[in-house]
Design a protein around this ligand. Structure first.
Ligand SMILES: *Cc1c(COP(=O)(O)O)cnc(C)c1O
Length: 403
């Protein structure tokens, strides 16, 4: 049994793809005193974080901020736009798409879960042509929404959201486009308005580098119109009250003030550096991690290099090697947490997170923990991933600002 006051020396390596390591600057910002959420100072904070989040989502339209995890924001997106019995098309990219589908079903939505057969879809992104064909066949327009995950955190595969938008436009179908970018937000390029997304779902504990506890919905005018006709029961999640209160700088119920201090600080860091720079930084870490896995001679869960997630790398273990047993060795011997394989790929792969308070050397350290753990687990490696990562980062110098 671990004791709760277990404090190993040095920093724990939290290399899971969320919650991500929180920069000290953000932790310090969160330690400010809690203020009156109906007082004058609060509105200053609220207006700032809402405007900052519009920049992060790349939208001109309202952004809802809930005291909730990403799952709450998933629910908010559905209950505000749909009605019980509505038919919705969802695409299976991995475990998070599966969980969103399950949540929709529990709400009384009739979901159609499409994708590639077996676990093959868990190595690829959304095939937009499958969506286009299905929507073209839906001549009565019974499908009310299409739901896709932008960065599938269970596999480390991204999906081409503009391609999904084009597929819907080619089919001349009026369904809403709902996208989950909980783990991509503020780490991978995402454009709510330009990509024609109706509701984008986000969360705090991944690319935004905050602790868990904030969930977001970015809205489109079409989504707001749909919310006026939606009859799904809702109160806490209802956009209408939130939009009205937010106009004055307040929230209908008590917001998590200290997380909003953290959010303000995170946005200062991210927007101060510039989104483009932040995106490049994550891409570079993933390239370094990929170079390591390739040097080990192990397959990467994402079968399409162009879609490889900038924030995590899924490593498939050889047949007969339990990925969770490897993770356990790495945790116990080297104080490094890695993401477990979820759902269909449980025990078959583990995930290295490279997001949050991270840099070249933390990526190399995580890779070294994996390399030692794999060897201790009896896995024969083709070569050194640590060397490959060091070579990659050395050969790809970046201006200081990219850090
Ligand atoms: C983390 C995550 C969620 C939300 O999970 P919570 O545990 O409720 O915060 C949803 N979708 C994706 C893709 C995620 O990575």
């Amino acid at each position: 049994m671990l004791k709760l006051d277990f404090h190993p020396s040095g920093r724990h390596f939290l290399q899971i793809p969320g919650p991500s390591p929180v920069p000290d600057r953000i932790l310090r910002a969160m330690s400010l005193p809690t203020i009156d959420h109906r007082g004058p100072e609060f509105a200053v904070l609220a207006f700032k974080v809402i405007a900052d989040m519009q920049k992060i989502f790349q939208t001109q339209h309202p952004v809802m901020i809930y005291p909730a995890s990403g799952t709450g924001a998933w629910e908010a997106a559905l209950v505000n736009t749909l009605s019980v019995g509505d038919h919705v098309l969802m695409y299976e990219t991995g475990q998070f798409a599966t969980l969103w589908n399950k949540l929709a079903t529990r709400l009384g939505i009739k979901t159609e879960f499409i994708g590639m057969p077996g676990s093959e879809g868990w190595r690829h992104g959304v095939q937009a042509d499958l969506i286009e064909a299905r929507l073209k066949a839906d001549t009565n327009h019974t499908i009310k929404a299409v739901c896709v995950v932008h960065n599938e955190t269970s596999t480390g595969v991204t999906s081409d959201i503009p391609a999904v938008r084009r597929a819907m436009d080619n089919a001349k179908h009026p369904a809403l486009l709902l996208v989950d970018t909980v783990s991509g937000l503020a780490a991978i390029d995402y454009r709510h308005d330009a990509w024609g997304v109706d509701v984008t779902v986000g969360g705090s504990q991944k690319g935004l580098m905050l602790p868990p506890g904030l969930g977001f919905n970015a809205l489109s005018p079409k989504a707001i119109e749909a919310s006026k006709k939606s009859t799904m029961p809702k109160s806490f999640w209802a956009w209408d009250e939130m939009i009205e209160f937010n106009k004055t700088g307040y929230f209908p119920s008590t917001p998590n003030t200290n997380l909003l201090y953290g959010l303000s600080e995170a946005c200062d860091m991210i927007l101060g550096q510039g989104l483009e720079v932040v995106f490049k930084r994550h891409k570079r870490w993933s390239d370094g991690a990929c170079a390591a896995v390739t040097a080990w001679g192990l397959p990467i869960q994402c079968a399409d290099p162009a879609l490889h997630s900038p924030i995590l790398t899924g490593v498939m273990t050889p047949e007969g090697v339990d990925a969770d047993a490897v993770r356990k060795v790495i945790y116990e011997r080297f104080d490094c947490s890695l993401g477990t394989g979820l759902g269909k790929v449980k025990g078959r792969m583990f995930r290295i997170g490279h997001l949050g308070d991270c840099n070249d050397l933390t990526v190399i350290a995580a890779v070294s923990a994996c390399e030692m753990g794999l060897k201790l687990s009896g896995v024969k490696l083709a070569g050194s991933g640590v060397q490959a990562a060091m070579d990659y980062f050395s050969a790809h110098p970046v201006p200081a600002l990219i850090r």
